[in-house]
Design a protein around this ligand. Structure first.
Ligand SMILES: Cc1ncc(COP(=O)(O)O)c(C=O)c1O
Length: 370
């Protein structure tokens, strides 16, 4: 594996390009703003670590008051547990017996929770846990508008009964509305979450009618958390991207009730070729994901066009093109899959122009898809 793009103590100019760089001062402000928001409302914060995939960052979130983290994949949970994370919710379904055996093994090492949305999933989970003599918290996932995983709210009570009948710990409802996050208008997001809250209430009623207590409703992301927080139904928030704030989230109309978050994740790139009317940087879509659109150039009004795997094309807009050899900072369109392209974060203290590398952090759960 090639060495990281920089070493602790290097000045910002010494960071080899392309490199994934955290502006640590901005990230810490984002971290504190979200922690204060949740604490101020008496809500549990369980940030989604599928975004940063880093045990160090998870530890910082827990230090600031988070109860633990969410992940989406078992292998992410294993990698973070190896890095010392003690409280992990796999906010997703697993039905393969071999993976459920790994879930049971992991439940013996850390405090673990998982989501279910089928009787077969519950049954196989129970078999795996019984074989290992392990226990964990089980959340019934309901579909609150995403049209992905989750049972209909009216079916939540019956599935919770199955959980209890198998001797498992029923912990509450997983109720995440992913599609609401990137609706551009704040009013549209509010309306989508109003609907999600109504569905979560219906699911709670179905569970109560089954004679079971529903201890917690968990969900929410960076685009909508202020609405779930105000609902009186959600007791735990799961936002992830607030920490880095990618271009796609910055394109949302801000939510008036939510704190503002700053861009804290950048791809440092360099102009490697210059034409009359364009410049070429050494960062293409192998250094930044393009599923949510192209990166934005930080601090300069330039158009960024996709130049392929290893190249980005800059064209002038309000600002003149940079010169050959100049540094250009890119704000990724979507942070989660961008992070998954890199082995390390270069962690910068003191800003993008004069900063010094404070550390290099491994991206522990990079590529952990199983
Ligand atoms: C289940 C779940 N919860 C929370 C989040 C956090 O969302 P975001 O990173 O958009 O804040 C996600 C992201 O996809 C998710 O899948």
């Amino acid at each position: 594996m090639p060495p990281p793009a920089a070493c602790a103590g290097d000045g910002v100019d010494a960071i080899t390009t392309p490199a994934l760089v955290i502006d640590l001062d901005a990230m810490e402000r984002n971290l504190q703003r979200m922690a204060a928001f949740a604490a101020g409302r008496g809500l549990r914060l369980r940030p989604h670590a599928k975004m940063h995939k880093s045990a160090r960052i998870a530890a910082l979130q827990v230090q600031a008051g988070a109860v633990g983290v969410c992940v989406q994949k078992l292998a992410e949970a294993e990698a973070l547990a190896d890095g010392g994370v003690q409280d992990i919710f796999i906010s997703n379904e697993i039905v393969a017996p071999d993976k459920l055996a790994r879930v049971a093994a992991l439940a013996q090492r850390v405090r673990l929770a998982i989501a279910v949305d089928s009787p077969l999933g519950v049954e196989r989970l129970a078999v795996a846990l019984r074989a290992a003599g392990a226990g964990l918290d089980v959340f019934v996932e309901i579909d609150v508008g995403q049209g992905r995983c989750g049972v209909a709210p009216a079916a939540a009570g019956a599935l919770a009964q199955q959980v209890v009948a198998h001797g498992l710990r029923f912990a509450g409802l997983q109720a995440y509305h992913g599609r609401a996050q990137h609706l551009r208008a704040a009013a549209e997001r509010e309306s989508a979450i109003r609907h999600a809250v109504a569905l979560a209430r219906a699911a709670q009623a179905s569970i109560t009618a089954a004679g079971i207590a529903c201890p917690l409703v968990t969900g929410a992301g960076t685009g909508s958390f202020a609405f779930e927080a105000a609902s009186g139904v959600y007791g735990e928030l799961q936002p992830g991207s607030y920490l880095f704030m990618d271009r796609d989230y910055a394109d949302n109309e801000p939510t008036p009730q939510a704190p503002r978050f700053e861009h804290a994740l950048f791809v440092k790139s360099q102009v490697m070729s210059r034409g009359e009317a364009h410049a070429v940087v050494d960062a293409g879509h192998k250094s930044h994901a393009i599923d949510s659109g192209l990166p934005r150039v930080h601090g300069l009004d330039l158009e960024f066009a996709n130049g392929g795997d290893e190249h980005g094309i800059l064209r002038p807009r309000g600002d003149a093109l940079p010169a050959l050899g100049d540094t250009v900072w890119l704000i990724p369109g979507h942070c989660d899959p961008t992070v998954n392209l890199h082995d390390h974060y270069v962690v910068l203290r003191g800003g993008l122009s004069k900063g010094v590398v404070e550390a290099v952090w491994p991206i522990d759960a990079r590529g952990c898809l199983s």
